[in-house]
Design a protein around this ligand. Structure first.
Ligand code: FES
Length: 167
């Protein structure tokens, strides 16, 4: 029985060493890059969350009132507070309606009775856009779609709003 002696040449030793060191360095660079690329996908989404807008249901009347609140927004690694607004009131059926103030024409902000010429309507000053009280766009004015409506829920008599969605 012969014992085969393995000899490593200087060239092989250098090849193994350089390949090992090169691979280690490449992994050191690639792992953080992969983590950066994948990490936002792994974060839990905040979509569908509801925020306490600080308004008691008892204080909601049939006259639209503007409420403002802030939500946490995560954009990749950048976290910030984002302002949100809504026009909140009780409709003819005594149900709460929370309308987005963002004009569906080009995104300006609408106001309730924002023009003396158009009482009992939402008015957009940018291009004289007009909406009925329920948020329906008035034909013949620039907006071609109604105001978006916020998802909502009531807990312990307090209004919570989620995302504004088109109807
Ligand atoms: S942005 Fe509101 S009417 Fe144009």
């Amino acid at each position: 029985m012969s014992e085969k002696k393995q000899q490593v040449s200087r060239r092989q030793f250098l090849n193994y060493t350089l390949t090992g060191v090169g691979g280690f360095m490449a992994a050191g660079m690639l792992v953080p890059m992969l983590r950066m690329a994948v990490d936002p996908v792994l974060q839990p989404s905040t979509a569908g969350d509801y925020a306490n807008v600080g308004l008691s249901v008892d204080d909601i009347t049939d006259t639209p009132q503007r409420v403002d609140w802030k939500v946490d927004q995560v954009d990749g690694w950048y976290e910030s507070k984002v302002s949100r607004s809504a026009w909140v009131f009780k409709d003819d059926k005594n149900e709460i309606l929370a309308l987005s103030p963002v004009c569906t024409h080009l995104g300006c902000v609408v106001s309730w009775e924002g023009s003396d010429n158009y009482p009992n309507e939402f008015f957009c000053p940018c291009h004289n856009g007009r909406y009925e009280k329920d948020g329906t766009n008035i034909p013949g004015t620039p907006p071609l779609a109604p105001l978006h409506v916020y998802d909502q829920k009531v807990e312990n008599g307090i209004l919570y709003l989620g995302d504004a969605k088109p109807r």
